[in-house]
Design a protein around this ligand. Structure first.
Ligand SMILES: [Cu+2]
Length: 174
């Protein structure tokens, strides 16, 4: 009975650690944030956006806003009238809940034209060990470029944590 409960506890901890490791918060524009002077296309090209990740737009409220545009053409022409959604809190979180491309621009007059816009392409979350039915030959280049030792460590870490915790619990019981 008692042992079973501990096992459940360990599994809960494991799943929490795994979730923390997979979802990423992306501060849009990096340290410069959501601002006219930031080069968003080069920032975005250095990021990998996965399903479950979040975008965080940080800016001074009133100075800027975040408008989500519905199409590539609206994005290119800075046509804010077709907005799907808009936010103006200054610390706006957007969850990337599915794969695909989304377009964001600033709603302040003139800012989009000055380059204050970003195109986010979200890819399906690479789960690694959680998808054994996926043929390895079709997996993306990102999987092969990451060193196997660090990937292994990343997957072993929760187990090491959990087993040390379990050991500690058993020690207390004895
Ligand atoms: Cu702006």
């Amino acid at each position: 009975m008692g042992y079973e409960r501990k096992f459940v506890l360990v599994m809960v901890i494991l799943s929490l650690v795994e979730k923390q490791a997979s979802a990423t918060k992306h501060d849009v524009g990096g340290s410069q944030g959501w601002d006219e002077s930031t080069d968003f296309s080069s920032w975005a090209s250095g990021q990998t956006f996965k399903v479950g990740d979040q975008l965080v737009f940080k800016y001074t409220p009133g100075l800027h806003s975040v408008v989500e545009l519905g199409s590539e053409s609206a994005y290119k022409s800075c046509d804010i009238s077709t907005a799907l959604d808009s936010k103006n809190g200054g610390n706006d979180v957007v969850k990337l809940d599915k794969a695909g491309t989304r377009y964001f621009a600033c709603g302040t007059a003139g800012h989009c034209g000055q380059g204050m816009k970003v195109k986010i392409t979200t890819v399906a979350a690479a789960t690694g060990t959680a998808s054994p039915n996926t043929p390895s030959s079709t997996s993306s280049s990102t999987a092969s470029t990451s060193p196997p030792s660090s990937a292994l460590l990343q997957h072993l870490l929760p187990f090491i944590l959990a087993s040390s915790l379990l050991g500690f619990h058993l020690l207390l019981c004895l």
